[in-house]
Design a protein around this ligand. Structure first.
Ligand code: NAD
Length: 702
């Protein structure tokens, strides 16, 4: 691979500058410099009448190189875009594939923009906690109007070529078979045209916005719920506001100042970390770079319940056919009906069209016997969480499936080896643990049994990726890595009630922290009864098990959550708004009295720490036992399985903002007060002593 550079050549009086940093042509070191140099060269060459800026391969420029943020750059985008804009010869941006972030900003500084039908443009900087810093917030509003620009910048969404043309971002769509020739022809056509059209000079769309200064506050209000606590979306609005109220030069200064405030902010660092954690999580330690999982053409799912149906929908959404096998025709019909009902609700909400539903339903094929799935490349089992049923299904799968097929289980907790051992192919058995609702949640925890091969892990991960999921590998243990790391959080949230906290107080702390919903409100949605059964089983198996009396009593009173109209909160008919309920307060008081627990006031800080530090400690134990590869993998699990606020990086990244030493001190204190459930992890103690960072922790021996 050669270093990133901009290739310069001339053809028929047109200079063609080709950005070369495959595959995405990110604005890596050398690219901005190359653009500035190329423009100077073209100005100096009397034979050149116009210039084309194009990307090598199938992308224009997919954005800045994220590794460059927070580090000094020799040539900034401000300089290279200014160079494009001040060229005395017209410049045509020729866009194929992605023109995102800095890529689109460079295109906006060109005089013309042409694109293929598969081009996608956008300014997604808010997604990494910053705003466009190369004039994007000033040029886009001039080109398409402040309202449309603001919507694109604040959402960070990709705009497809068609829409981009309608909005006026793209001047012309061209045949994608030979973009370079089309661009050269286009450049020849406009070479003599003067004056050169400059986006910066366009003010007609700003005039209207000047009459409607309230549009910016309206935008702020409209994002308040989703963008709560986050700086970048609000800075983006302020930058567009500056485009309307200031001159172009002053607007650029305002953009630069807002950008500079964000570039090294904690939120931007957390979001960059999350971005890299999601890349790292795909790497399997010990596997060779040549490990290419065998192609998957046919998939079957066993069990069409809550999870099986949701998983089938994920396949259908990605255009992959899937077979569905159930225990009986009735169960199958019921499962398919649930899938149809879910789609119908989406159609009513307007999030999917009816013909798309038909297309997806046609991809889900009900089958009646194991003979019908024998030639599947992959099977995902999602039957009842019962050891005997799982064993029975895996015995049948082993008998029916062709050699080399991959057998995956969606079990939440049963040891993968239990299933693997009943087959003659334990190397082909792994967990593929999806999260409910499976058609929505992105996490797929791929669980490695003792004998699971790396090929099987790689195949499961690739398959998850193909259906839009993000997978993280866990070792087989009770709860695997994701749920196991979250279990102590749940325990603490219940036990803090006995000490004097209320569900609404705990929920508020976590919503203020950044979760979309508090943990009790979430529990009311998923149902209190699910964990009730698990707790009963645990209590029966372990005499030292610390019972959670409050939720147990609520379930026994019939308060199972929203489905019964009451759980941790009370609900009005047909309304999902949670209302605090004295009945819950009474149960809490009753339990506290019965067990002689002194009521006290818990501060918000204590609540946050109790919940998250309990999980940090467990995450360290998981890493010490090599049940997850890296701390950052656990962060990915929390981001995509549990709705942890992304702008806080993840559980372990957040923990570093407190520091391992302080965490250790705190946990040791609680260990003395509360006993064994707070036993500090030895890995945590080591990290605290060495002064290292929790986010860098990796499993040994893997
Ligand atoms: P469910 O009860 O909704 O569905 C189970 C389905 O399996 C039923 O439709 C049942 O008829 C079918 N089934 C039972 N025995 C079968 C057999 N021998 N052959 C074919 N089909 C059979 O349960 P669920 O919530 O979908 O859970 C399924 C699996 O997913 C469990 O292992 C569970 O632990 C796991 N899981 C559940 C969740 C969740 O939140 N519900 C989350 C992650 C994982």
């Amino acid at each position: 691979m050669t270093d990133p550079h901009v290739n310069y050549e001339t053809q028929d009086g047109i200079a063609v500058m080709t950005v070369s940093n495959p595959p995405l042509n990110a604005l890596g070191p050398g690219i901005r410099e190359g653009i500035v140099e190329g423009i100077a060269r073209a100005q100096a060459d009397p034979m050149v009448a116009a210039i084309v800026l194009i990307g090598e391969g199938r992308n224009f420029i997919a954005g800045a190189d994220i590794r460059q943020f927070g580090k000094p750059r020799t040539v900034t985008s401000a300089r290279s875009t200014a160079a494009l804009e001040s060229s005395a010869k017209p410049i045509v941006a020729a866009i194929d594939g992605y023109a995102l972030g800095g890529g689109l900003e460079h295109a906006l500084a060109c005089h013309y923009r042409i694109a293929t039908a598969r081009a996608k443009v956008g300014l997604p900087e808010v997604k990494i906690g910053i705003i466009p810093g190369g004039g994007g917030t000033q040029r886009l509003p001039r080109l398409i109007g402040p309202q449309a620009a603001m919507e694109i910048i604040v959402s960070g969404r990709h705009v497809l070529a068609d829409e981009a043309q309608k909005l006026g971002i793209i001047d012309q769509l061209v045949d994608e078979s030979d973009l370079r020739s089309a661009a050269i022809n286009f450049a020849k056509g406009i070479a003599a045209k003067r004056p050169l059209p400059l986006v910066r000079d366009r003010t007609e769309l700003l005039a209207d916005a000047k009459q409607r200064p309230d549009m910016f506050n309206a935008m702020r209000k409209s994002i308040d719920r989703k963008a709560r606590n986050q700086k970048a979306p609000y800075h983006a609005i302020a930058a567009v506001e500056a485009a309307v109220s200031e001159s172009f030069e002053d607007g650029l200064k305002a953009e630069r100042a807002l950008f500079a405030e964000l570039e090294n902010s904690d939120q931007a660092k957390a979001l960059r970390y999350a971005f890299f954690a999601e890349r790292e999580v795909t790497k399997i330690p010990g596997s060779s770079p040549d490990l290419r999982p065998a192609k998957v053409s046919s998939v079957a799912i066993i069990g069409a319940g809550t999870m099986g149906g949701g998983i089938a929908m994920s396949f259908a959404e990605h255009g992959m056919p899937v077979k569905l096998l159930e225990i009986s025709k009735e169960a199958l019909d019921k499962g398919l009906q649930r899938v149809r009902d879910t789609y119908a609700a989406s159609v009513r909400r307007g999030s999917i069209a009816q013909d798309e539903v038909e297309r997806r339903l046609a991809l889900i094929h009900p089958v009646r016997s194991y003979d019908d799935i024998g030639d599947s490349d992959v099977v995902i089992e999602a039957v009842f969480e019962r050891m005997d049923v799982k064993k029975d299904v895996f015995t049948k799968l082993d008998a029916a499936l062709k050699p080399g097929a991959t057998l995956l289980t969606n079990s939440s907790a049963i040891d993968i080896d239990v299933m693997a051992q009943v087959t003659k192919r334990p190397q082909d058995v792994a967990g593929a643990h999806f999260f409910a609702p499976a058609n929505v949640m992105k996490l797929c925890e791929v669980v490695r049994g003792t004998k699971t091969s790396l090929e099987t892990i790689a195949r499961a991960m690739k398959l998850a990726k193909d259906i839009g999921k993000i997978s993280a590998v866990a070792g087989s243990c009770d709860g695997f890595a994701a749920n196991r790391s979250r279990a102590p959080f749940i325990t603490e949230m219940m036990l803090m009630l006995e000490e004097g906290a209320l569900p609404e107080q705990i929920d508020k702390v976590m919503v203020d922290f950044g979760y979309p919903l508090g943990p009790f409100a979430v529990n009311d949605i998923s149902g209190l009864d699910i964990s009730y059964d698990t707790r009963k089983r645990r209590a029966a198996a372990d005499p030292n098990y610390r019972k959670l009396h409050v939720p147990d009593r609520l379930v026994e009173m019939g308060r199972k959550g929203q489905k019964t109209g009451a759980g941790w909160y009370r609900y009005e008919r047909g309304d999902r708004t949670p209302h605090p309920d004295d009945a819950v307060k009474n149960v809490i008081a009753e339990v506290a009295q019965e067990f002689n627990i002194q009521k006290r006031t818990l501060s918000d800080e204590e609540i946050l720490r109790r919940l998250l530090l309990a999980s940090v400690n467990e995450a360290c134990k998981i890493l010490a036992e090599a049940k997850a590869y890296r701390a950052s993998d656990i962060d990915v699990m929390w981001l995509h399985g549990f709705g942890f606020p992304r702008y806080r990086g993840g559980l372990m990244f957040w923990a570093d903002t407190i520091g391992a030493k302080e965490i250790c001190r705190q946990i040791e204190e609680w260990h003395k007060r509360y006993g064994r459930r707070w036993k500090p992890s030895s890995l945590l103690q080591e990290i605290a002593q060495s002064g290292g960072q929790l986010r860098d922790a990796k499993a040994k021996l893997l």
